[in-house]
Ligand binder design. Structure first.
Ligand code: SF4
Length: 936
């Protein structure tokens, strides 16, 4: 057994993990107690990382062999690595010669390591001579990049996680930190316990788990953040709550901003935002009057056509009140992905250059060219994510190389993305996982290694650089991303620049990192005082770490990086002054109208990650919220003739999707919410009009912010109507890993033949994994289709109970495992007109004995036998504790809210390991207490 220190590959908190491995196989994972991001904690996703690297996942969910598809109507064929590389180099060289360097493009990922990113960037800008390299970080962080640069002069979050321990007012805007950055939220909870006077303000159109913990929740209308921030500033000016000395000494541009916000008095801002004036004024006062105010934000501000304006308007508040450059004070953007920050450092985007240099600056371009040993780097901005796919659709970009990302799920306006794939002459996909939505569009597939299998570094939200280390070799023929890029680049260089010095002569990823380090010399993110050996001996460090940092030491002698920026109030602008940015409030790109009266918002589930290519391999992670659905305010349902639980069709100006409807009073009226994870790998169908659905991003808009080019994934105008799909099919089974993988592949391919279909894994209490397939149709589902599903699910043998009612079109197949009192349902298929007997699924999933239900198992009718409890949602993933058990337990305990939560934790262990369920546990305590008060 070996222990290897590494970093969690999910979110931007960047927690340290210790990977346990034996005989080339990952066997476990635990939090690294010495890592400064998490001090040993992991959330539900991080603590199940080892389950994404089991022998079964490596065998059935990973890409193991390069393949090449000669024509779109042919099956991909295996190809040797060297042949694939040679053919790709030939193809790229020929296209570049014939059509120029801008005829090729690279779409990469914030999941890549800094070294991978550096190599891709050098390949595109240095060797090929195109800036057509962009990344899924464009969908995530580019508004924060643009905001920081406009306001503070450099793309550098000035704060750190430790600031939550020193702030008096935490202002979270557009971020559900409790779910999206759970370990950071644990630190916030600790800080609030230690300093109960600390205020928490949350700005969010939804009453999220984070908002439920707030002292003040500003439930604004979608996209109105700039109006809110301008209205708050107007109030602060009126009430003389500004830091005039700070403004005079350290900023510029205040007069223009003051003139702008004069048109946004609090009353008008409150009207636009749909909140009360009192709420706005309270938030403004707490922001300004608290000794230290820290703001945090994420996609709610960034994914917007006003993304940059939202960032700068919030930073304006910090500058106007002097809430920056001190412990516990300042603006703090949270990165979504584990290495979005590293990608920014190496300039791995279409409008950036290495080490925070500017493409438009001739001296900066010359510096990079000198470093790389080439004549020049291209000046013209490359195509950003949306522009890149538009250019592919137009035929301008002919070859597209995608690495470590899943644009057929995550990009907005999937109809456009899929037209682009169809037009593209060659789609290359460098990827670790086999079942992504993008895989079917790839002509060439290159299997890549992933977490626990590769070496390099990442940088988290607080500028902290951590090592990523390999604990096991990659499976099959998979290779590291750095290896793939380097081999391709060398071959391409021999064709494009024969005889020139090798630009990619690296003997290790450390050599790549050392070159990146050199690019930072003298820049705001200077890391010339750092090397791999120091990261090894002293642990993760926050940039900048210039030469000489070694002498700084720290509390424990290991800290040589920089926790906070701008403590001297000298900013990264030419004159050292921070800039007030005066951008007016603008509404979202789409406004609701009679045809599309609802505002669609998208966001994260607690236990899933992005397109679920990794987290979707872990059945346990579907326990908390495993069913696709659209959430709407209960008040909106009756007036639209809708009912919770039925299938509805959402349609925007670009596409449609059918989903089950969930009533949720945390969603604002006139709004709809769908988790961002649901791509067509998990939920699809052809609706009522036969046009295949492409997941939630079939609905979203490609309209983007003019400064950051980040698309408005957080808002689209949609219509919601009942979907007339009365014929249903539900199938579920516990299957051996191989059979489950095969069934999943076949079922997913079949989804488009139904009006609606979903296919998700599910975990049992005994650790077995299962599969649940749901489908709906406007016409009776054929006997052949039902039989095919029954065969895949194993509901066919002699031990299968059968019921058929030809008149009503009902069928029921129950495969029974065990005998007598031990008999349980191992697989089931229910088909017919809705509603089906869903209680049988509960019996299957909870593996309850089937014998007590006797003849009811096959009796007509859909209702559960008297006394049978409905299935209850899982709240605690670590100990599989349901909401019903928590409510039962809470009802038996007395005392303060804290006492009751502690008693439940002691009894059921929920919330005692990763802590991801703690906010929900507290919410349930409040609900149970309120219900008891009413009953009394
Ligand atoms: Fe990973 Fe969770 Fe930490 Fe994010 S908070 S880095 S997902 S363990």
């Amino acid at each position: 057994m070996t222990d290897t220190r590494s970093t969690c590959p999910y979110c931007g908190v960047g927690c340290g993990v210790i990977i346990e491995a034996s005989d080339g196989q990952v066997t476990g994972v635990r939090g690294d107690p010495d890592h400064p991001a998490n001090f040993g904690r992991l959330c539900s996703k991080g603590s199940t990382l080892h389950l994404t690297a089991t022998a079964e996942v490596r065998r059935f969910d990973r890409l193991l062999q390069p393949t090449w598809r000669e024509a779109r109507n042919q099956a991909p064929q295996p190809i040797e690595w060297s042949d694939a590389m040679e053919r790709l180099a030939d193809r790229f060289a020929a296209t570049i010669r014939e059509h120029g360097p801008d005829a090729v493009a690279f779409y990469v990922s914030g999941q890549l390591l800094t070294e991978d990113y550096y190599l891709f960037n050098k390949l595109a800008k240095g060797l090929i001579g195109t800036n057509n390299i962009d990344t899924n970080s464009r969908l995530c962080m580019s508004s924060a990049v643009a905001g920081y640069k406009q306001s503070l002069g450099a793309d550098a979050p000035p704060t750190c996680y430790d600031d939550v321990n020193h702030t008096d007012c935490l202002f979270i805007a557009g971020a559900n930190t409790a779910w999206a950055h759970p370990v950071l939220f644990r630190r916030i909870e600790d800080a609030r316990r230690a300093r109960p006077q600390m205020k928490l303000i949350v700005v969010d159109p939804r009453r999220t788990e984070t908002a439920q913990c707030a002292d003040l929740h500003l439930q604004i209308q979608p996209g109105t953040d700039v109006a809110l921030f301008h209205g708050m500033l107007h109030a602060l000016i009126w009430d003389e709550l500004l830091d005039r000395d700070f403004i005079a000494a350290h900023t510029s541009g205040f007069a223009a901003l003051k003139a702008l916000v004069a048109d946004m008095p609090p009353r008008e801002a409150a009207r636009v935002c749909g909140i009360s004036v009192e709420e706005l004024l309270q938030a403004a006062r707490w922001f300004a009057e608290s000794p230290a105010t820290l703001s945090m934000w994420c996609q709610g501000l960034n994914q917007s056509t006003s993304g940059t304006a939202k960032n700068t308007a919030l930073i304006n508040l910090h500058l106007a009140t002097g809430q920056i450059g001190r412990k516990g004070a300042g603006p703090f953007s949270l990165t979504g992905q584990p290495n979005a920050m590293g990608g920014r450092e190496v300039g791995g985007m279409a409008n950036l250059l290495s080490a925070h240099r500017d493409l438009g600056n001739a001296e900066h371009r010359a510096e990079v060219a000198r470093l790389w040993g080439i004549e020049s780097v291209p000046e013209k901005r490359g195509k950003t994510a949306v522009e890149m796919f538009e250019a592919v659709e137009r035929g301008e970009i002919k070859l597209l190389w995608i690495a470590c990302t899943n644009p057929a799920q995550s990009m907005p306006d999937q109809a456009m993305v899929r037209r682009a794939f169809a037009r593209c002459e060659l789609v290359v996909l460098q990827e670790a996982f086999a079942n992504t939505a993008t895989a079917p569009f790839a002509d060439v597939v290159l299997p890549a290694s992933t977490w626990a299998e590769k070496e390099g570094t990442v940088t988290n939200s607080e500028r902290c650089i951590s090592r990523v280390r390999a604990a096991v070799p990659p499976p099959g023929g998979a290779r590291s991303d750095a290896d793939i890029v380097t081999h391709f680049a060398r071959r391409l260089q021999r064709r494009l620049r024969p005889g020139a010095a090798d630009l990619f002569a690296y003997d290790s990823v450390e050599a790549v990192w050392n070159e990146h380090r050199e690019s930072t010399r003298g820049r705001d993110l200077d890391i010339t005082g750092l090397d791999y050996a120091t990261l090894e001996s002293r642990g993760p460090q926050q940039w900048p770490v210039p030469i000489g940092s070694e002498s700084r030491g720290g509390v424990d002698g290991n800290v040589i990086g920089t926790a906070r920026l701008y403590e001297d109030h000298v900013f990264a602008t030419a004159d050292g002054r921070a800039r007030f940015v005066a951008t007016p409030y603008r509404p979202t790109a789409e406004v609701r109208d009679a045809r599309h009266p609802f505002a669609l918002n998208t966001g994260r589930l607690r236990d899933q990650w992005h397109g679920m290519s990794r987290s979707g391999t872990v059945p346990r992670l579907f326990g908390h919220d495993g069913a696709p659905g659209v959430r709407m305010n209960p008040h909106d349902l009756p007036r639209r003739g809708l009912a919770a639980g039925e299938l509805v069709e959402l349609s925007s100006r670009r596409g449609r999707i059918v989903l089950p409807l969930v009533a949720d009073d945390g969603v604002g009226r006139g709004e709809a919410y769908v988790a961002m994870h649901w791509g067509d790998e998990f939920v699809s169908g052809a609706g009522v009009d036969g046009v295949r659905h492409a997941g939630v991003n079939g609905l979203t808009t490609r309209a983007f912010c003019p400064d950051s080019f980040q698309p408005e994934l957080k808002h689209a105008a949609v219509r919601v109507a009942a979907a007339e799909l009365p014929w249903r099919l539900t199938a579920a089974a516990w299957l051996p890993a191989g059979a489950a993988a095969e069934a999943r592949t076949v079922l997913r391919e079949s989804m488009a033949s139904f009006g609606y279909a979903s296919c998700v894994p599910v975990a049992a209490a005994d650790g077995r994994s299962g599969l649940v397939f749901e489908a709906a149709s406007s016409a009776p589902i054929s006997a052949e289709a039902i039989d095919r599903v029954a065969t895949l699910m194993g509901a066919t043998g002699a031990a299968t109970l059968r019921y058929a009612d030809a008149v009503r079109g009902q069928r029921r197949l129950l495969a029974i495992e065990g005998e007598g009192d031990d008999a349980r349902i191992g697989a089931l298929v229910l088909a017919g007109r809705a509603p089906l007997a869903d209680w049988l699924r509960t019996l299957w999933q909870e593996q309850q004995p089937a014998a007590p239900f006797g003849r009811s198992l096959l009796a007509p009718g859909a209702t559960a036998p008297v006394g049978m409890a409905a299935q209850s949602r899982q709240i605690c993933n670590c100990f599989d504790v349901s909401e019903a058990r928590i409510r039962e337990s809470l009802a038996t305990h007395a005392g303060t809210p804290g006492d009751r939560v502690a008693a439940v934790q002691a009894e059921l262990r929920c919330g005692t390991q990763c802590g991801s369920c703690l906010p929900e546990l507290r919410r349930l305590e409040t609900e149970v207490a309120a219900a008891a008060t009413v009953a009394a």
